[in-house]
Ligand binder design. Structure first.
Ligand code: SF4
Length: 466
């Protein structure tokens, strides 16, 4: 689309003028979705949109939906319903993107008259054209086509001023775990070429001041299989980039963690001391029904190898409580696994059926009450484990990037995130603005959910580099 700036601050695109407008976005779900929202915003800036937190002043209301859990679904439908009074008051375009829009785009358009358009996960980079169509007066429409091109090739877009960036390296998932909707909403695995990612990250470091990147993918350690490349190779190349301080990646599947990747955690200096490795259950029979392709023994062996390769390694995980027909014995096996694995944190959820998945078909004897009770037991056991694991941090010093200033019980505190992905709070002794400084902090006290420390050294915004 051709663009010319006019004297009225409007942007001329094709046959339409785009005056300065506001977009209000609501994102549900995972980091991938948040990153997609940032991408969409960068495209919208070219059509003269700026972001607003106030839905009342929005010209475009955009929902980036998530289909993983029922709760996120329900929230979206309720928030969509709340837009009705807004569109009665002023001329507003309403759109839905993301996983729900991918699978239910046409139905959404039929059912919700306030929606101007819905579009799926593979066409987010075409948002400019869709907004153009809406302003050109097209009838409500949905676009849910898949990108059929052989290569996955993009450039990372940044719309914020922080030194942290998310970088998509692989999209889709080929695993088809029996409870998961992602392969249906995000399609098959497709990786970006290693050279392209390295060039992209170098550009982010050199021109956008990025110092920490998180590599993203639904099954990130499957990266490169389609191109004869690997995540470990990519991490090795990123480790050489001057000015880049820290590299994280998420989310991993235990089946695809290679020996090469374990070794990388022992040798690469910029690779974070953290791995999020969803185990989902501590019972082999449940893991089989989930189609997870590994056993509890394999999983425990894997995290042991990680910890041997890098003794600083911190592991976090996901647990699904109350998988269909889970027996009391299978549930107890999960509680036992938590005690053995000693995770630093666990995202625990009660199972919720996703339409179209294998696990949602067939009978299920569990009630919501049983699921709720099992979820509480998982959280209680993990809380005890977590308190013990965090206690081990006391007296140790951690290098971290300061990410936030806040007030805790009336006291000003700065918060940083360590390489091992823990948030540590410290009280400033002066008026220095520590935001985005690299600092050393000694951890003084911990609980299961919080770590308090004291500042030991301040390296400034570029970790001591000029
Ligand atoms: S590996 Fe993850 S994204 Fe892929 S199907 Fe399994 S749970 Fe879903």
């Amino acid at each position: 689309m051709e663009q010319n700036a006019s004297e009225t601050n409007s942007i001329r695109v094709g046959d339409l003028d785009f005056p300065p407008r506001k977009v209000w976005m609501k994102t549900y779900g995972c980091q991938m979705n948040y990153h997609d929202s940032e991408r969409m915003l960068s495209h919208l800036e070219k059509l003269n949109f700026t972001a607003t937190d106030d839905q009342g002043e929005a010209d475009l209301v955009l929902f980036n939906t998530c289909a993983i859990r029922d709760l996120a679904n329900q929230k979206f439908y309720s928030h969509l319903g709340e837009t009705k009074p807004l569109i009665q008051k002023k001329d507003v375009i309403v759109a839905a993107a993301g996983c729900i829009a991918q699978t239910e785009g046409k139905d959404l358009i039929k059912k919700y008259k306030q929606l101007n358009f819905a579009f799926g996960t593979d066409v987010i980079d075409n948002i400019g054209e869709m907004v153009y169509r809406a302003y050109a007066g097209d009838k409500p429409f949905s676009v849910t086509t898949w990108d059929r091109s052989e290569n996955y090739s993009i450039e990372t877009k940044i719309t914020h001023g922080s030194p942290q960036a998310f970088v998509n390296i692989i999209k889709g998932c080929d695993k088809f775990c029996s409870y998961c909707i992602v392969p249906f909403t995000r399609g098959r695995e497709k990786s970006r070429r290693l050279d392209e990612v390295v060039k992209d990250v170098k550009r982010l470091v050199e021109f956008s001041g990025i110092q920490e990147v998180t590599l993203l993918g639904q099954n990130v350690n499957s990266y490169g299989k389609d191109n004869g490349e690997s995540l470990a190779q990519l991490l090795g190349e990123l480790d050489k980039i001057e000015g880049l301080e820290l590299v994280r990646y998420t989310t991993s599947h235990p089946y695809d963690v290679s020996d090469e990747l374990v070794a990388a955690h022992g040798t690469l200096k910029k690779l974070a001391n953290h791995l999020h490795l969803p185990v989902q259950s501590g019972s082999n029979t449940v893991l089989q029904r989930m189609l997870r392709e590994y056993s509890v023994e394999h999983y425990l062996g894997l995290i042991e190898k990680m910890r041997q390769a890098n003794p600083q390694m911190v592991i976090t995980s996901d647990i699904i409580a109350g998988f269909p027909n889970e027996t009391e014995e299978e549930h107890q096996a999960t509680l036992e696994l938590l005690k053995k694995a000693k995770f630093d944190f666990v995202y625990a959820y009660a199972y919720s059926a996703r339409k179209g998945t294998k696990a949602a078909r067939g009978e299920d004897v569990l009630t919501d009450d049983i699921r709720g009770r099992r979820l509480r037991e998982v959280m209680d056991v993990q809380e005890d484990v977590q308190a013990e694991v965090r206690k081990g941090m006391e007296g140790k010093t951690y290098r971290m990037l300061v990410v936030e200033k806040g007030s805790f019980k009336g006291e000003t505190k700065w918060t940083g995130r360590t390489s091992c992905n823990r948030l540590v709070h410290f009280t400033p002794s002066d008026e220095t603005d520590y935001l985005w400084h690299w600092v050393d902090v000694e951890v003084l006290t911990t609980t299961a959910f919080s770590c308090q420390g004291k500042l030991v050294a301040d390296f400034g915004k570029n970790n001591g580099r000029a």
